[in-house]
Each structure stands twice: as C-alpha cells, then as structure tokens.
Design a protein around this ligand. Structure first.
Ligand code: AMP
Ligand code: GLY
Length: 417
C-alpha cells in the first residue's frame, strides 16, 4: 500500500513512524513533513491547505491512502478534494470537521445527541458576554468559536481578562467551569463503526504544576492507572457512538479520528471539546502502545469497512512523551536555533526512547528549530515511572538554545508527586 501523510508535526512523525513499521506499506510519503519525518518517509512539498494540490500529489504518487494529520486542512476541505479524485482518505469532510472548527457547532451536535458537556452560551455582543460571565461566575471559561491551535481558550478567575478575551473574538462560547482530571480518548470511525483507542492524558499548560498559559500540549502519557477501567466503555456509549450517529443522521457522516477531550468531574464525565484529528502530543504515546499495524485500520476507516477490522491489540507497556518547545512558546517563538544531541539519543536510547520532530527543518547538515513545539521526546517502559525516566534521560541529551520543557509530565500518575 502506498500512503501519503499530510502535515509536518510530531503527530505526523508518530503516524509515519508507525506506518513505516507496517509490512503492508510499500511506499510512504509525507507532505510537507519535517527534518525528522524525512528519515522514515519521502518528503514532498505541498501547500497542505490546498485541496486541489494535495489531490494532484496523491494522484501523481499513486497513493492508495491519504492520511490528513492537522485540523486546518480538514476544515479547509482537503479530505473532500482527495475523495473527489477517488482516493480513500483518512479524515473527515469539511462539514464534519466543523465538530472541531466551530465550538458552537460542536455544542449543537452534543445537545442533539444527548452528550454530556459543560453548559454554555454562544455570545457575539458585549451584553451577551457580560450576561454569560455573570451567569456562570468564576472561574471563567471563554473560548474563541473558531480554530486557534489550542490557544483560543482562556480559563481565568479574572473577570476583566475573561471579558477582554471574549471581546477580542468575533464569536465566543462562554461555559461552565469543569473541575477534575482531563482525559483524551480517540476513536477511529468510518461514520458507522467506532473503534476506541487507549486513553491518554495531555498537559495543556506551559509550565510545571499546570501553571502558565494554555498551549497545544507539552507532554502526554498512557495508560492512565488512576482511571476507572470502565471509562472507555462509558465514553463509547455516552459520547463517541452518539456523536458519530448524530453526524450521520445530519447527512454529514464523520470518518477519521474523533478526539474526545473529557473532564472527569464529581458529577460524571463531560466533554470539554472535540477534535477532528489525532491529538498532538497524545498520539505519540497512544501509537507507541499500539501493536496492530496501522495502515489497514486507517484504510478500513477511510473505505467504510471498519467493521471488518479485527480487535486492536495493545502492548502492556506505558509510554511518556515530553515536548521541547522554543524560547517564548506559546507566544511568538524564536526559530532557527540549531538542535544538538539527536544522534546521541539514537545511539544511546533507541529503541525504547526516540525523538519525534515537530517544528524542525534541515539546514545543510544541521537540524534547526522551525516552530513553537520543536521535538516530542517519547519513551516506553514497563510502567510510567520507567517510561518517564527514559524520556527525561533522552530530553537531557538535547541541546536547543532557550528551549523549555515541563519536568513533571506523568509524575503524579507514576506515583512521584
Ligand atoms: P479546549 O481547546 O476546548 O480543549 O480547551 C483547552 C483547555 O482549556 C482544556 O484542555 C482545559 O484544560 C481548559 N478548559 C476548556 N474548557 C474548560 C471548562 N469548561 N472547564 C475547565 N477547563 C476548561
Ligand atoms: N493535545 C491537544 C490537541 O491535540 O488538541
């Protein structure tokens, strides 16, 4: 099978790594990719937001499957353009991707499907904003309606800050604060059949102890030893299957990866958000634990034949990933700094620990930073404590001027704090 992956972050590196290990995959391409993905896939330049260009590339390569990684191309209709030239594509249509592209749309689908989520108001005027802030009280949760790379959400005790964020957006969702640990649960679906993956936990805040601004995600781990063993079944029944059924009922079936961001509150599990694609960095740890070869699962989802797929097989191991980010992330990051120590990790820590690239590019023989999140250092071990130790040992070998990473990824879950 010839596979083309669209995107160029650590999620796409994790996808390409798994696909490159799959004996069914005879050729693997990634567009546009990054310096690390170049080691496992052939890179092609493309404007990932240009559906016609992606469809033309897939046709030229004779791709049997296109996997769209990030949300922006999905919302822009890239999956539709590829499907229109008759090539199976893993990723929802633009209409179904509105589940991620519009928080207001997601709330509407959840209400129709009876999916538990925070109570909310959609606001477009200062009067509506004030009324909603007063209705819920602090802590305030204010979400830009559109895509914002994980940075459009402000959670704050400060009413002025909440109001200022709300007024800076055209349309906002203001909602009830949900207390409790967060879980990311992914499901692969063809629009009818839904297959859940293993749950993971992400660390959204920039700094240790969940301090600092929200980011795209600074680290992740799986499994979740503290979670109720019935969690996956419960979320399947209350959230994932009803959402997929509702989108099909509306005539906009969702195929691809449905990501449920959940809060485990004292009053039960609630959806914080949906995403229409694999999470980053959670994918790095979920795929590290998946034993089943990935390509046929994705192709079956893309082809409407997911019911034929045998049950997924998981490793007993634990996985941890630690994101190394540029100076000033999640603000405007500094880029172009050389990254050193990659060869040392490959020589000393592989195969248990390895570096997945996010914002990197090659400059001659050097690899330099090219984005906010730069690397996602991933490791497996027999438990979280061991996976974490291996991940941080590899992180310590990496040198990137001004870089930052959290030191507490998976610490609490591993029983260390
Ligand atoms: P989202 O982009 O909707 O996932 O929001 C980003 C992050 O903001 C989430 O991972 C949570 O940590 C936090 N957040 C979002 N909505 C809520 C909420 N209703 N209550 C508490 N925290 C929230
Ligand atoms: N890690 C959060 C996300 O992928 O949206």
């Amino acid at each position: 099978m010839k596979v083309l992956v669209i995107g160029g972050g650590a999620r796409e590196h994790a996808l390409c790594r798994s696909l490159s290990l799959d004996p069914d995959v005879s050729a693997l391409y990634c567009a546009p990719g990054n310096a690390g993905i170049a080691e496992v896939a052939e890179l092609r330049p493309v404007d990932a937001l240009d559906g016609e260009a992606v469809a033309a590339l897939a046709t030229e390569l004779g791709a049997d499957l296109v996997v769209v990684g990030p949300e922006a191309p999905l919302v822009a209709g890239v999956a539709d353009a590829v499907r229109a030239v008759g090539i199976p594509v893993f990723g929802p249509s633009a209409e179904a991707a509105q589940l991620e592209g519009s928080k207001a749309f997601a709330k509407d689908v959840m209400a129709a499907a009876g999916v538990p989520t925070a109570r909310s108001y959609v606001c477009t005027t200062p009067e509506e904003v004030d009324a909603a802030l007063d209705a819920f009280g602090a802590p305030y949760v204010v979400k830009d309606d559109g895509l914002a790379a994980g940075k459009g959400v402000v959670v704050t005790e400060d009413r002025h800050a909440a109001r200022a964020h709300a007024l800076a957006c055209d349309r906002v969702v203001i909602e009830e604060y949900l207390d409790g640990p967060e879980v990311s649960l992914f499901a692969i679906t063809d629009g009818v059949t839904v297959v859940p993956l293993q749950p993971a936990q992400d660390f959204k805040r920039a700094l240790d102890g969940d301090q600092g601004p929200n980011t795209g995600g600074m680290g992740a781990y799986s499994p979740l030893p503290w979670a109720d063993p019935k969690l996956v079944d419960e979320v399947m029944e209350l959230v994932l299957q009803p959402t997929v059924d509702e989108l099909r009922r509306r005539g906009t079936p969702f195929s691809g990866l449905l990501y449920a961001g959940l809060a485990i509150t004292g009053r039960g599990t609630r959806v914080i958000e949906f995403n229409a694609r694999f999470g980053d960095p959670e994918t790095q740890v979920v795929l590290a634990r998946l034993r089943t070869p990935l390509a046929s699962v994705l192709l079956n989802a893309a082809s409407g034949t997911l019911a034929d797929e045998p049950p997924l097989v998981w490793r007993e191991d634990a996985a941890v990933t630690v994101v190394i980010a540029s100076h000033n992330y999640p603000g405007t990051p500094r880029t172009g700094d050389p990254i050193e120590g990659l060869a040392e990790v490959a020589a000393e820590d592989a195969p248990d620990a390895y570096v997945l690239h996010a914002g990197t590019r090659s400059e001659g023989d050097a690899v330099v930073s090219a984005g906010g999140r730069v690397l996602s250092v991933t490791a497996t071990g027999f438990d979280l404590a061991q996976a974490r130790e291996k991940a941080y040992k590899a992180v310590a070998r990496i040198r990137l001027d001004g870089s930052q990473h959290r030191t507490d990824i998976a610490a609490k879950a591993a029983g260390l704090g």
